[in-house]
Design a protein around this ligand. Structure first.
Ligand code: DAH
Length: 342
């Protein structure tokens, strides 16, 4: 190897470097020339075979070559990196479809609430709301709840330091609405309720109800039964059977409890029930009745002029029945794997 050979290597190297189209190519050339097994290493190794009198000149030329190639690589690197940013920008395709990140969905409690509201909206009900923090008058007194009634007990109801309480049902919304509006009334009140219940598979200290109230001239038990039957068919399908049982609530007279035939084993008259309906064939869905005249008096309505029906149902209960959920607590844990199913 001699100085001429070095010049030849230099020309080739600089030519190649100046043509390198991008950063990858520059790096490949850096390895080819300056790398540990690169061409310039071979040149340095060849130095020992160069005749003594040429060694100095060859060494200088070799160093110069190395520096020039290094400088050329550096320069080329700058040049193409600017180009490649531009190239990336040019290559960006604005018409390409974006990445779908997925939509959230309504919580089962909201889904069922919305469904109930939709069904009653279709027959003229509108939504009315009331405060979660209630007073004793609206939650109990005006609803004709006697002073000794167990639901008033501090072991069942959360009383607050300010003398108020957390509403134990959505029924006080009836009272508030009638206080502020003249009949006729046709409202639905969804919302949170609170009771001092110990949590288990079917109880939660915080749950949701939907209350309904219809007050007008000559509203009858037949209206109540008809509207509930309509609701049952809308929410569970045309096959569903409805059963009314006598019951007691302080705010209605007469009072009834309403069962729907079990949607899991229903329709089959031979069936004796299943796990969902606890072998009975029926599922308890709501309390209802004709508004007690005492309630009308409490809000300033004349019970001689108007009658009405009311009903109240637990949303969690309906969600558990309809969506086949075995433990009420799953509804509050916000486990996305669970919620995604609905
Ligand atoms: N408020 C009752 C409860 O929490 C449910 C209820 C029953 C509401 C009968 C009503 C009704 O409006 O008429 O258990």
């Amino acid at each position: 190897m001699d100085v001429d050979k070095l010049k030849q290597i230099k020309d080739t190297a600089l030519g190649e470097v100046n043509e390198a189209p991008d950063l990858d190519a520059v790096e490949t050339l850096r390895i080819k020339y300056l790398g540990r097994k690169g061409l310039l290493q071979d040149v340095m190794k060849a130095l020992k075979d160069v005749p003594d009198e040429q060694k100095a000149g060859f060494g200088q030329a070799a160093n110069a070559l190395k520096q020039e190639v290094q400088a050329a690589l550096e320069e080329r690197k700058q040049a193409v990196s600017g180009d490649s940013e531009q190239a990336t920008a040019d290559a960006f395709d604005f018409t390409m479809p974006g990445q779908w990140r997925g939509l959230g969905s309504a919580h089962p409690i909201s889904q069922i609430t919305d469904r109930v509201v939709d069904i009653f909206s279709a027959i003229g009900f509108t939504v009315a709301e009331g405060p979660d923090m209630e007073d004793v008058f609206h939650n109990f007194d005006a609803l004709n709840t006697p002073p000794e009634h167990p639901s008033r007990d501090a072991r069942d109801t959360f009383y607050l330091d300010n003398g108020k309480l957390l509403r134990t049902h959505t029924s006080p919304v009836q009272i508030r609405y009638m206080e502020n509006n003249k009949p006729p009334v046709r409202i639905l009140s969804p919302g949170r309720c609170y009771r001092r219940d110990t949590e288990d598979r079917t109880h939660s200290a915080n749950f949701h109800q939907v209350e309904g109230l219809y007050v007008s001239e000559r509203v009858s038990l037949a209206d109540l039964k008809g509207d509930i039957a309509y609701f049952a068919r809308e929410i569970l399908g045309p096959e569903v059977q409805v059963r009314f049982r006598p019951h007691f609530f302080p705010f209605t007279e007469p009072s009834i409890e309403v069962d729907f035939s079990c949607h899991v084993c229903a329709g089959q008259t031979s069936s004796k029930g299943c796990a969902t309906c606890r072998e009975s064939g029926w599922i308890e869905i709501m309390g209802a009745g004709m508004v007690d005249p005492e309630v009308f008096k409490a809000v300033g309505y004349n019970p001689e002029e108007v009658t009405g029906y009311a009903f109240g149902m637990g949303i969690e209960r309906i969600a558990m029945v309809m969506l086949d959920i075995d433990d009420i607590r799953r509804l509050y844990q916000n486990d996305v794997r669970f919620l995604k199913q609905f």
